[in-house]
Design a protein around this ligand. Structure first.
Ligand code: NAD
Length: 476
């Protein structure tokens, strides 16, 4: 599949390619161009040329294009979901959720077209000011492989609605669905050059996009280390940034919680998408009165999960997405064993057997008796491994929850409003869920504190971040 530059399918300038493989089988699916700085520059130039005309349309007209693209995603959702499962590995029903979720985001932004219209400020005899919001220009969007379709929606929806044009760089293991959706935008009537997609490695294509001085803002989702690199380059150019980075969300379960519901929450929170979700439950804090019962119920559920190819209807959890991800998870669990930092209750290694031999399948893993200083609590575990800690009271749970360099999300499971208040006021995170985890509706700002990033996706907050004010001062 080719890249999309200026509305046209394009190979890499130097003609080289990257193979995209199925993480469940190791089989070849397709190939995409291995782009370079030359291709990035061509895409940025196309986006710059398209900017005048795209930003000159009414917001309502831009919203209509988003609506039509969402309609086409819904029309093609089965094919898109199939392709997403092929390249990413997740179960088909999760891929369908993701494609529909992206359509929801585009429809949400279409529905608010025209609302953040600016403001008028009356200054008495000195005059009146008209504060308008104008788009930034060409923006860059850099996408990870874990939820490429939703994250594309988070960036493309508000950026295009605000009147910007875009160059999007997908992750190298999941470029295909992003390219297909970009084609749907063309079919929906988006003008050539308003949305371009350049495929290729992060260190060349991603970095060239960040370095290009014509790009006014970068919205990046990925790991913290890459985020730091991008911030340094963008800082030199005073470029705008949204950085959605890693997370290590705590889930706190108190003694008064609805335990079966909380067990379900932990299952979905940790094992959805094989644990490869930024806001997954990555640390579980259990009140000592319910800890043993909770672990017993959770272990039984985890052991009944069906691991397999995401295309099979019975599959609960698919493979990890790629080799380095698989190596990382394997080494996290090996380290826990070697350092005696916890006790593996179930899982603890790759899935074995003929059907799994060519995929990155890892057994869902529960670890109890985790020592408070264990590395597994300090670092983000981006896979199906859940460390569990027993705590004597809420104060300890909150203190331990905050012992993290991240601050993306957190949840508390309780029936007591004063517990909710304590957690909301004291846990460092961009979102606190109560009796829930993971849900991120398009209307609600999403993003983290500390090392989890800068800025917000979703809602009016994201739309604002793709604009700047421009004021007309009328001195009477
Ligand atoms: P990554 O940083 O390795 O890659 C993300 C994207 O950045 C890819 O497209 C990659 O090619 C590109 N890239 C890599 N090096 C680059 C560079 N030097 N310059 C510019 N671009 C570069 O991250 P990943 O491993 O693909 O994604 C997993 C991480 O993403 C996890 O840490 C996860 O928590 C985080 N994540 C965060 C959110 C959020 O909203 N906070 C959402 C999803 C994933």
């Amino acid at each position: 599949m080719d890249m999309l530059i200026n509305g046209t399918a394009a190979p890499a300038a130097d003609g080289s390619w990257i193979e995209v493989k199925n993480p469940a089988t190791g089989e070849y699916i397709d190939h995409v161009p291995r782009g370079s700085a030359v291709d990035v520059d061509a895409a940025v130039d196309a986006a710059e040329d398209a900017f005048g005309s795209w930003s000159g349309k009414t917001m309502r007209d831009r919203g209509l294009i988003l609506s039509r693209a969402a309609e086409m995603e819904r029309r093609d959702h089965k094919d898109l979901a199939h392709l997403l499962t092929l390249e990413q590995g997740k179960p088909l029903r999760e891929s369908i959720d993701e494609v529909r979720g992206c359509a929801n985001i585009l429809e949400y932004y279409a529905s608010i077209a025209g609302q953040p219209a600016g403001e008028a400020v009356h200054l008495g005899k000195a005059g009146d000011c008209l504060v308008t919001r104008v788009p930034l220009g060409v923006c860059g969007a850099i996408i990870p492989w874990n939820m490429p379709v939703i994250i594309m929606g988070w960036k493309v929806g508000p950026a295009l609605l605000a009147g910007n044009t875009l160059v999007l760089k997908p992750a190298s293991t999941t470029p295909l669905t992003n390219l297909k959706i970009a084609d749907l935008f063309q079919e929906a009537g988006l003008q050539a050059g308003a949305l371009n997609v350049v495929t290729g490695p992060g260190e060349s294509v991603g970095e060239a996009l960040v370095r290009n001085v014509k790009v006014k803002k970068i919205s990046f989702t990925g790991n913290c280390e890459t985020g730091h690199k991008i911030q340094k380059i963008a800082g030199d150019q005073l470029k705008g940034l949204t950085l959605e980075l890693g997370g290590s969300d705590p889930m706190i379960v108190m003694a008064d919680a609805d335990i079966p519901k909380a067990v379900e929450g932990a299952m979905r929170g940790r094992f959805y998408n094989a644990g490869q979700v930024c806001t997954a439950v990555k640390r579980l804090y259990l009140h000592e009165q319910i800890a043993l019962e909770f672990m017993r119920l959770l272990t039984a559920k985890v052991e009944s999960m069906k691991i397999g190819n995401g295309l099979l209807p019975e599959t609960d959890m698919g493979p990890l997405n790629n080799q380095s991800q698989s190596d990382r998870i394997t080494s996290v669990v090996t380290d826990i064993n070697e350092r005696e930092e916890g006790k593996i209750l179930t899982g603890g290694g790759p899935v074995t057997g003929e059907n799994y031999a060519h995929g990155f399948f890892y057994r869902p893993t529960l670890i109890s008796d985790v020592s408070p200083d264990a590395a597994v609590l300090k670092n983000e575990i981006f896979g199906p491994v859940l460390p569990m800690v027993t705590v004597p009271d809420l104060g300890t749970a909150i203190r331990e929850a905050n012992r993290s360099r991240y601050g993306l999300g957190a949840s508390v499971w309780t029936r007591d409003i004063s517990t909710v208040k304590e957690v909301f006021q004291n846990v460092h995170a961009g979102i606190i869920w109560v009796n829930r985890h993971l849900t991120i509706p398009p209307e609600v700002p999403f993003g983290g504190t500390n090392e989890s990033g800068i800025g917000r996706e979703n809602g009016f907050h994201a739309l604002d971040s793709y604009t700047q004010t421009k004021t007309l001062f009328l001195g009477w």
